[in-house]
Design a protein around this ligand. Structure first.
Ligand SMILES: [Fe+2]
Length: 125
């Protein structure tokens, strides 16, 4: 049964130092460099949850989006049973600004969308 309160916007943990199991299962974990060079590819590794999230027919992670600000860089659709909510995407960031906010959003069919962010420095080439 979907929890209605979780389907209003993107969820974030209330306290990163004291996350509930629900928050730990859904908050994306971002692994990528703190600093990248403008125009050069870099990898972003994403795991949904610091503890594993199930991938069953009735409860699964439907998609993962990667954005800089409001710009969509990548969207990966997932299927239950045959995939895990972990992906690696290769991005290229052009430097219009010296810093950017990488946003990773995942959507669970029962628990809504969850967003994690990371500030990245973009060095001029
Ligand atoms: Fe879930």
């Amino acid at each position: 049964m979907p929890e209605k309160g979780l389907f209003c916007g993107n969820n974030r943990p209330k306290d990163l130092t004291a996350m509930t199991d629900l928050e730990k299962k859904h908050l994306p974990v971002i692994d990528c460099p703190d600093s990248v060079r403008s125009g050069e590819p870099f990898e972003v590794r994403i795991n949904v949850g610091s503890i594993p999230h199930v991938m069953e027919e009735g409860h699964f992670v439907q998609w993962i989006e990667v954005k800089f600000g409001e710009s969509l860089y990548s969207r990966i659709e997932l299927s239950p049973k045959v995939s895990k909510p972990a992906v690696v995407v290769t991005l290229v960031k052009q430097a219009k600004h010296p810093k950017g906010t990488l946003r990773v959003i995942e959507r669970c069919n029962l628990h809504g969308a969850w967003e994690a962010t990371k500030e990245i420095t973009i060095q001029q080439a």
